[in-house]
Write a protein that binds this ligand. Sequence first.
Ligand code: GL7
Length: 880
Amino acid sequence: REVISPSNGASASAKPSTDPSAVQADVLQNLEYVVGAPSSKIPNGLDASSVYRGVAASVREHLIDAFNRTQDYWSEKDPKFVYYLSAEFLMGRSLMNAVQNLELTDTYSQAVKQLGYDLETLRDAEQNAALGNGGLGRLAACFIDSMATLNLPGWGYGIRYKYGMFKQAIDEKGYQQELPDIWLSNGNPWEIPRPDITFKIGFYGSVDNFKWSPGETVLAKAYDNPIPGFKTPTVGNLRLWEALPVAEFDLSAFNEGKYDKAVEERRKAEDISAVLYPNDATEYGKELRLKQQFFFVSASLQDAVARFKAKHGDNWQLLPEKAVFQMNDTHPTIAVAELMRLLIDEQSLDWDTAWGITQKTLAFTNHTVMPEALEKWPVKVLGKLLPRHMEIIDKIDQIWKDSLKEKVLAQVEEMHKKNPPKPKAAKPLKKEVPLAAKAEAGEPAEDEDEEEEEEDPVEAALNKYGIITENPWEKGVKLVNMAYLAVVGSKAVNGVAAIHSDIIKRTIFKDFYELAPHKFQNKTNGVTPRRWLAWCNPGLAALITETLGTDTWPNDLNLLTGLRKHADDKEFQKKWRAIKHENKAKLAAKIKARTGVDLPTDPLYDIQIKRIHEYKRQYMNILSIIYRYHQLKTASPEERKKFVPRVTIFGGKAASAYYMAKKIVRLINRVGMVVNNDPDVKDLLKVVFVPDYNVDWAEALIPAAELCQQISTAGTEASGTSNMKFQMNGCLIIGTMDGANIEIAEEVGKENLFIFGMDESEVPAWRESKRAEWKDYDPRFVKAIEMVRDGTFGDKEYFQDLADSVYDMKKGNDWFLVAPDFADYLRAQEEVDKVYLDQDEWTRRSILYTAGSGFFSSDRTIKQYADEIWDVVPVPVPSS
Ligand code: GL7
């Protein structure tokens, strides 16, 4: 791999000092001049939030210094850049990550200590940047961390939402409440507003002879967020866009007393970047969402194209050698049409040239096979909002289908040879995986007139490849399949774990895979070992450094294999356990402070944290706990002594409109209320739901976890990334052969995980045939369901349909196999208890997990993207 090496020509100004007393003076100065604190109150009369802002302003100087050096250097060297387009970046807090990555933790700790504060208290004063829903958004955050660490020229591009992921509160009855996340209320010291970097973004209007006259225009204003690498002077960039009106204010309307009208344009524009859609793996299909998507994609492409043009003029053939745009899921895939529009309409390229360039410049990652998350926009909606883009998509679709005609014709002839045609053509493909909710609403209407229609077999065969297709649920309504648009418009398409990349080739993209197998790749996800091991688990990090005799492992995570030889060492095991215990105690204190629940620290800490979803099966977990509770209640005092005490912790948000998920949240909370207050149970079982699960909670929960639940129905979780974070922190997994669990099992040894349940290959058969006659309920499952129904946890009526959804095949269809997997799940749970009694064996496995986690560093993932898709090479910035 070529590495572009530093030249001597880089100029530099003086760096901010890293001497603790100079840093202290700098913090004081920032408290006075940035925060505006009166000198009479500095340093001891201030609240933590103010001090935090002063410290952040000081750290920001270091960031900006290195940021400017990096960006200047890259601009001068003009290497190929990767632009990571993502509607979500779930960054979490920045202070500790910044000082750690800049290796200034001791310096700042000392400096603030001398001022009478401690860094940990200040850390908690920071608001969370929750501009993402879950795994997909956090993955984007890990990726830009790795890009900076690996010195890869690249930026993230996204939306600066005014309100991030909603805050979740649990009321006294156990219901989820959603509150707005006003994360910018104290300002955001980590961003650099760029009032000079704006682009106009058009919507609506009309097209006349290929010329688009938008009916509405807003401005996109840039905010840069420096992203520090670790052990490198490179600081990358996350550029987020805010939507603003073109005209600030309608003064004449104001003067006429029309105050609402005076600010109407502002409000309409600001709505675009106002809220993150709080849906995880489901799609609401709202016009505003498409508006958001186009808004950030257009701004980002215009920005990158303008930079290219400033350097290379009209040499557009060079664009694919200078830029690659990675589309993170379907959300940014309107980029295919927008890049075409920019090249054709704004830069006067002909269609073929523009198409050739587009196909070499874009790449696409798929993150889910949930059909409801694969965005499909009604032609009517897209055509109204983006009429020129609709025209372009139409033409792409036409040309694409034309290019396939010969092939399809041959296929049809071949088929006819084998199977002489029946009088009627095949019906259009049915939706493969009906959503539980949609299935309840009935299968798509079989059109009775259909029998009458003569369908051209070639047309029908071509239709399956169509970017524009008919909605199977609504006759006559045409949809743009954004994933197909992305596949056709990209040079590479990847899934996010081996099994998932394989599944997409067999299912949702089967036909496309057969046509262009070379496009399809796998890039197994990873997570940054800095935030998710080194910074969140300092105790374990110190032990690892001491044991390996080097502190370079966070940037070279395969070094962790060196822990393997200590796995059986009893002394080492003891140290390992002591750290886990300390983390459990810290977590228990945090939970006590937030929820009032007292937790013992000796039991097994069993944790499931992720968005609440039927496919992730938090429901199955709580049913198993209900059964455990039943066992405890009916056990004799002697039998009770044999129980392995457990603390089970849940965390996660339910999408606001997801009916069943909200019921699951309530059930978990109700079970907790009953179990935690039952004097028979004492410390043998605790059930806690941590409210408002987010990145910070994860940073406290993961280091303390001993067992994590990765129990999705096989074939549904594309990868999972918390599984990797838990693994790094020595937490054992109970899970299915799904997503990245499979690769974790390969690294750690399958026998060291608690694997249960059906395989992906067995699931379809169960759904299609066995489900209908399924009677084989395990009596323990029946008991648990009964307890949900009979009011043991209150709210009898409320929980009936939740019980039905997995039990009564007429009312629910148990699409995610809670009933058939339950018995094997309990078997695996028993195995967990058994192994936990043997603490040496448990610890041995725990060590092996961490030792085998090197593969799951996002550095590895990003290196693969860079080598195998992006063709981007490291450009290390000279340290001045
Ligand atoms: C997700 C997948 O569900 C998850 O399994 C995967 O780890 C993540 C990152 O690739 O992407 N897809 C998706 O739509 N969301 C995810 O978290 C919201």
